[in-house]
Design a protein around this ligand. Structure first.
Ligand SMILES: [Zn+2]
Length: 73
């Protein structure tokens, strides 16, 4: 019966430790995602001065613009 009592006591502790472990894993994943977002380059439009995400930039004559509108003179 002593073993049963130890098990009854140990299970919640083990589950709690697993929970803490998973929680830190999830937090790390979220943090690394945030870091990726921050490291994404944001560049200023040559014409209107708007800051644009690198993915949305229009590149023309080695200069960067926020849209096709701005890239046309
Ligand atoms: Zn612009």
């Amino acid at each position: 019966m002593l073993i049963l009592k130890i098990l009854l006591f140990a299970f919640p502790v083990i589950f709690f430790l697993i929970f803490l472990y998973l929680k830190s894993k999830i937090n790390n994943a979220i943090n690394s995602n945030e870091n990726k977002e921050i490291s994404k380059q944001i560049i200023e439009c040559e014409k209107c001065g708007v800051f644009v995400d690198q993915d949305l930039l229009v590149k023309k004559n080695k200069k960067f613009y926020c849209s096709q509108n701005c890239s046309n003179p």
